[in-house]
Structure formats: structure tokens, C-alpha cells
Design a protein around this ligand. Structure first.
Ligand SMILES: Nc1ncnc2c1ncn2[C@@H]1O[C@H](COP(=O)(O)OP(=O)(O)OP(=O)(O)O)[C@@H](O)[C@H]1O
Ligand SMILES: [Mg+2]
Length: 146
């Protein structure tokens, strides 16, 4: 049966490295790819200020979703440029680690391939907080590329 590899992408160079690895793996294992971006919503404490600054949360969410679609589209282009066409993509809004884990369960993914780091600039940890949490809760094997 065709295998499914979930590749969470955040537009970072690390995620691009993960895509490279995932395409090679998929080619060798008769697998297809699913690229996922998860726009992170403002935290509850940030949302407490929404009224004070007249922020329209639904518009903010819409914009985050549009940016997310662009991040996925760029990643899809990168995969297709490597002559690999068995690829789909999606955007799920919410907590990144939670959404990635849920998507892996929904799709019955055989493998998750992600970068060790991402767009965050707090570099004191070995891996970023998203890859750390996904490794802990993933329902399948998880490869962290570095
Ligand atoms: N919002 C996201 N949507 C989809 N995938 C993501 C997202 N954020 C991170 N990833 C995936 O996780 C990998 C590691 O990123 P992570 O966010 O854990 O590191 P970081 O940005 O350096 O650290 P932190 O976010 O904790 O400051 C990325 O290369 C990418 O594969
Ligand atoms: Mg990050």
C-alpha cells in the first residue's frame, strides 16, 4: 500500500531541508507527501487586548490562513521542481504541535519528517519546541532533519 509522509512546513530553511529528505524517502518507498502549515493563533493573553485595540480577530485569522496557503504553495512548488507529483497540502489553524499530531492521526501517516529548528530565534535548545512536542506525541515514526 502507498505510504503517507506528513511534512510540517513553516517557511524556514530547516523545513526546506526536511522537504528534500522527505522527497528522497518518498521516491524510494512508493510514498506520497502531505505538506501542512499551521498558523499559530494569538495566545489567550494577547486576545484579552483585542477590545482595547479594536482588532478584528476573524480578519487576523483570515490573513494568517492566506499567509499559510502561500507557505504551503511555495513548499509544493519546491517538491514539484524535484519532479515529484504525489503531493498534497493543507493549512490547519491552531496550536502547531497539536494540529500536526492530529493531522498525522487523521491521515494515518506512516512517517512525519520535520526540521530540527524553524522560524523561531531562541536557539538555546537542541530542537525547537514544535519538533520537540511532535516527537513526544506523534502517532508514528518521526524524523527530525538537521
Ligand atoms: N507553524 C508550523 N506549522 C507547520 N510546521 C511547523 C510549524 N512550526 C514549526 N514547524 C515544523 O517544525 C520544525 C521545527 O520548528 P520549531 O518551531 O520547533 O523550531 P524553532 O522555530 O526554532 O523553535 P520555537 O518555535 O520553539 O521558537 C520546522 O522545521 C517545521 O518542520
Ligand atoms: Mg517555531
Amino acid at each position: 500500500m502507498t505510504k503517507l509522509v506528513l511534512v510540517p512546513v513553516d517557511g524556514s530553511a530547516h523545513a526546506r531541508q526536511a522537504i528534500e529528505f522527505a522527497v528522497d524517502w518518498a521516491r524510494n518507498h512508493d510514498a506520497k507527501l502531505h505538506l501542512l502549515h499551521v498558523p499559530d493563533l494569538p495566545s489567550a493573553s494577547e486576545l484579552a487586548f483585542v477590545d482595547r485595540y479594536s482588532i478584528d480577530v476573524s480578519k487576523t485569522t483570515q490573513r494568517l490562513e492566506m499567509i499559510g496557503q502561500d507557505i504551503v504553495a511555495e513548499a509544493m512548488d519546491m517538491v514539484r521542481a524535484k519532479d515529484f507529483t504525489a503531493v498534497e497540502g493543507s493549512v490547519s489553524i491552531g496550536n502547531p504541535a497539536q494540529q500536526i499530531t492530529d493531522k498525522a492521526k487523521d491521515l494515518k501517516a506512516d512517517l512525519i519528517v520535520m526540521g530540527s529548528r524553524g522560524m523561531g530565534d531562541f536557539k538555546s535548545l537542541l530542537v525547537g519546541s514544535v519538533s520537540h512536542k511532535v516527537m513526544q506525541h506523534a502517532p508514528c515514526t518521526c524524523v527530525v532533519v538537521r
